[in-house]
Design a protein. Structure first.
Length: 216
């Protein structure tokens, strides 16, 4: 697990450092109950407003997130020790357009094979706990076609209408859902419980292989 921790942190730090040359700041123009309203003025003079939990909001300006040959805006809406959360504004030829998404939160994203936008959170245990999504664009809508969740095994016991949630920290449960097409229903593609909780990095390789199985 130590090896995975070093690897994941190295990847995250490298990613963030690579973003620095293309990052721009935004000014605070208001408050919400849980964050700050920021205004970013793009190169075309357009004002982009967004909410971030951080006073220091960052806008990444140099990446083509939807693979159409034009740079878009990736707005950091929250930044923690291991996870950066994003929303996107796509260049449509005349202005930046907010990208709707049919996904969970986009976290620590990367672009793969000029086709996929991949989100992967680090939820603890040196990267063994995570939510990963493989997403594709349908016009200006980002849609998840694969979602994998790796978490400590969780069960629920019901008695007299009361649910008791039990978390077993000695067991890792991984499940992969897929969507048939862009509007299909999710179905379980793969599921496995590792007991005891694994420390072998090969487990991560197995989960990664299942996540991409049939796509590349």
């Amino acid at each position: 697990m130590k090896t995975r921790a070093i690897t994941f942190c190295s990847i995250l730090m490298t990613t963030l450092l690579c973003l620095l040359p293309g990052l721009a700041g935004a000014e605070i123009v208001g408050r919400t109950y849980d964050g700050y309203i920021h205004r970013y003025t793009a190169d075309n003079g357009q004002d982009i407003y967004f909410v971030s939990t951080s006073e220091e909001a960052l806008v990444e300006t140099g990446r083509d997130v939807n693979f159409d040959g034009h740079s878009d805006l990736a707005v950091v809406t929250a930044l923690g020790a291991s996870n950066a959360f994003y929303e996107f504004y796509l260049w449509n030829g005349s202005e930046y357009e907010y990208a709707e998404r049919w996904t969970s939160d986009i976290v620590n994203f990367e672009l793969v094979a000029d086709k996929y936008l991949v989100s992967r959170s680090n939820d603890g245990s040196a990267g063994m706990l995570f939510t990963a999504q493989i997403c594709v664009w349908d016009g200006a809508i980002l849609k998840a076609i694969r979602t994998m969740v790796a978490e400590e095994e969780t069960t629920f016991d019901w008695e007299d209408g009361i649910a008791t949630r039990r978390i077993d920290g000695n067991r890792l449960h991984a499940i992969l859902w897929g969507v048939d097409g862009l509007v299909g229903e999710a179905e379980t593609l793969w599921e496995k419980t590792y007991a005891p909780f694994p420390e072998d990095p090969d487990v991560l390789n197995e989960m990664e292989s299942q996540l991409w199985n049939g796509l590349q």
